[in-house]
Design a protein. Structure first.
Lengths: 157, 157, 157, 157
């Protein structure tokens, strides 16, 4: 295991299955199918692994996965980082995402290995490395920021 | 007219209608409907205006336009900048896109006002300002880079 | 005047001179000389103009202004946007800055035209367009985010 | 050793000492002192380690390292990645750099662990993770793009 996967005392409060149940409800367009287009495979302290099963709607000419579909995977990876480590009370929103595209991603499975770079009270910063194809080469790399709203005193979202 | 819309001797070689015909062919998933989800409204020297008609598939809970849909609009805006000023011979590809989300975009029309910041032989850098809603407030802002492949000597793409 | 310079009901609370006095105190290395390397020229609702007088220490081979010096100008532009519109009580800090370099900046004056894209309670997002040379061509473009700490209840920082 | 440090068949053509001699010549302001403010410590296939010894000129109030100084370290890290893997014939230039600031860096040593994400004929994309302080915590993370000019046929730069 990559030593960098061990976060700085980060401790998830939700497992991958709980995350997927939650995603199915809030993002039915992207995560509601069976199997869902986007889903969490694994959650660990300080990070997670999310997967896109790229079908026709995610492709560009030449049967490569589209930029917006890769963006969505990185964005969901950041959301899963926040959700699994904070819990579903406070719905985080993306404020910034920067993505570099390195190689074409062939149709099929795309994985995003995500890591929390900082989890503060108000902001979470993460990075996502996207791999695809037989050699699991890097197809894209993203960093982003989620804003974490304050939890209301009543405990209800 | 904003003086900054006048590019540095930039001259488009395709009109908005020609751009849309081309987009319909190469991106049938995003630009093939009638009317298309994404299309070019106007092309001018050094920039363009592209529009998303956000329907159910582009929405998030609360009837706001999803991040990936706004990313796609900015990305298509950059593509239209490159396509309209270079022509369809060389197919540009996104290498970097950075997007900041400012406010929620309500369901409906989202416009991206795009401007070429640099059009070199190998790279095009652009910015896109996304507006939506009754007050046409800024909902997101993006900058990005397209890599422009060399045109083959034979004149065929 | 560019209509986009008019912010959404933004109202500065400090003038350029007050800003410069403040900068001189907190950033003596960058803003303490006479004249200072970096200074505010103008503040208006929703934006500002800041200037770098690039001397030897800011140059790279070929007498062009270095990347870090241009980064610093954009960063100070964002800081002046926040400072002039919030006041000196809460010291904002940069959380993200993305910069694209378009052309070499010749030695001499570099200006950054800065615009607030969003001024929220916790975050300010801005863009900066850097121009230099006789033709005032665009040499770089940046967008960034400042985190705004909560003001303490007592009114004292 | 982190498996991710092993690049995809990347092979450096210069050692850290050769890199530093070159940096001393081309960036005398930043790399010319004894010891230099910025220098390469190590070069390996697909990456490098560069270091800033932060003195007074690199500090902000509170004795923390300034944003531009951290930007410069990440930028030099990318430059060393390109230089050490391509050689000194073609002088690469930064076209984009995105940096997230996570924590304050105390005065003293700051290290940037840099990794090539893609080394193409025309572009190199890299990431840099900056650590500082006793616990070597992450203080900033950057990704960037260098444009690689074509080498002239004569073999002279």
């Amino acid at each position: 295991m990559d030593a960098r996967r061990v976060g700085e005392n980060y401790q998830p409060v939700m497992r991958a299955e709980e995350v997927n149940t939650f995603l199915r409800d809030v993002f039915p367009q992207a995560c509601g199918g069976e199997p869902p287009d986007y889903r969490a495979l694994e959650v660990w302290p300080g990070g997670c692994l999310v997967r896109l099963e790229a079908g026709f709607r995610h492709l560009r000419p030449g049967d490569t996965v589209s930029g917006p579909s890769l963006f969505a995977l990185a964005d969901i990876g950041g959301y899963v980082c926040a959700l699994s480590h904070i819990g579903p009370e406070a719905l985080a929103v993306t404020t910034n995402l920067n993505i570099n595209f390195m190689r074409k991603a062939p149709a099929g499975t795309v994985d995003a290995h995500c890591r929390i770079l900082k989890l503060g009270k108000r902001l979470m910063i993460f990075e996502a490395e996207l791999t695809a194809g037989e050699a699991s080469g890097i197809v894209a790399h993203a960093t982003g920021t989620y804003s974490i709203p304050p939890v209301s005193g009543s405990g209800k979202p």
